[in-house]
Design a protein around this ligand. Structure first.
Ligand SMILES: NC(=O)c1ccc[n+]([C@@H]2O[C@H](COP(=O)([O-])OP(=O)(O)OC[C@H]3O[C@@H](n4cnc5c(N)ncnc54)[C@H](OP(=O)(O)O)[C@@H]3O)[C@@H](O)[C@H]2O)c1
Length: 320
């Protein structure tokens, strides 16, 4: 697997990473054993970048990731995140960040975190205070690199002035393009980019079912892209993408990931799956190159992304 560099502080990862959220959250019940096997398969195939968060089970997911990577920890780049509260609010007060980091280190069973992200911008805490706290943690050796998630240009600039930001993580896929407006700022500041939900929460794998066929603990039961009206249009677009992928002996999931890799060398998607077999399929995307004609066809199929907003109004991040 090729490697990519994120930011200007020395962070290097495999071109495709692994997102562990689904093992504990969002897509119906997960299975720890299966999740560990998926993570270890990813490692066997050259993945070095593993993404978790305090939010994904309040320690449970970090414990799973920690156990899964134990035998190859030194080769792995482990990213985790702070900043949510259990009732869905935000808390990035410095004392809270320090406490969460100590908990994360304990759950992961590690002496340092490679990438520490603020999961969401906290409107009540100046970003300078957040960046300053992460800087202290870097100086103390508990953290190596600083990341932000769902932050806008002003926040990126202000944070970067205190502690250089190596990476921004935000939703980005063939279905979700809004973040492209931030690419010039990322370019100017030399910040890497990690697309989350790069498979459109699984829609871009050709396996989407109507919303009412998902478990109630699966967010796709209420996600707008799965609702009648949007669902059919998203299915039609995915069918066309699947045909294009087949003409390249690829799957639609591989095409979706290869498209992300083709958007810039500073981009490292982190597809999530609980299945070792699907890990293998997704990583295969690193070997697929898209021609100008392929990219043009993709733009014809989905000129502006998928149908249906990615979050309900109250949950939509507010970029500043
Ligand atoms: N910063 C943030 O706020 C934020 C938000 C969301 C996610 N994330 C991170 O980004 C990672 C990835 O995003 P995501 O998990 O939301 O979405 P995703 O990677 O776009 O899609 C995950 C879904 O697709 C399915 N899937 C994956 N590969 C597949 C394949 N080849 N064939 C069929 N189905 C496949 C998975 O099901 P199975 O597990 O059953 O295979 C899962 O339901 C997360 O794990 C998390 O680490 C961050």
């Amino acid at each position: 697997m090729q490697t990519r560099t994120l930011g200007r502080q020395g962070l290097t990862t495999s071109a495709i990473g692994y997102g562990s959220m689904g093992i504990s959250l969002a897509y119906g019940p997960g299975d720890e054993k299966e999740g560990i096997a998926a993570i270890q398969k990813a490692h066997d195939l050259g993945v070095t970048f593993f993404d978790t968060a305090e939010l994904y089970g309040w320690g449970e997911n970090e414990e799973i990731v920690g156990r899964a990577v134990k035998s190859f920890r030194d080769e792995a780049v482990i990213a985790t995140k702070f900043g949510f509260t259990r009732d869905g609010g935000f808390d990035s007060r410095p004392e809270h960040i320090r406490e969460v980091v100590d908990n994360s280190l304990r759950y992961l069973g590690m002496d340092h975190i490679d990438v520490l992200y603020q999961h969401r911008v906290d409107p009540d805490v100046p970003i300078e205070d957040v960046a300053g706290t992460v800087k202290e943690l870097i100086d103390a050796g508990k953290v190596k690199y600083f990341g932000l998630s769902e932050a806008g240009p002003e926040t990126l600039r202000r944070a970067h002035a205190v502690q250089p930001v190596s990476v921004l993580q935000t939703e980005y896929s063939l279905f979700e393009r809004e973040v492209e407006v931030l690419f010039p700022v990322l370019d100017e500041l030399g910040i890497g980019f990690v697309p989350y939900s790069p498979l459109g929460r699984g829609f871009l794998t050709g396996t989407a079912k109507p919303a009412d066929q998902y478990d109630e603990t699966d967010m796709r039961s209420w996600d707008a892209r799965w609702q009648p009206g949007n669902f059919e249009k998203n299915v039609a677009a995915t069918h066309q993408l699947t045909e294009l992928a087949a003409s390249k002996d690829a799957t639609v999931a591989q095409l979706a990931l290869a498209w992300l890799l083709a958007q810039g060398d500073h981009i490292v998607p982190i597809p999530g799956t609980r299945s070792a077999k699907r890990v293998e399929e997704n990583i295969g995307a690193a070997d697929i190159s898209l021609t100008e004609a392929d990219l043009a066809r993709i733009s014809e199929i989905l000129p502006e992304g998928g149908f249906g907003s990615r979050y309900p109004a109250g949950m939509s991040p507010n970029w500043q």
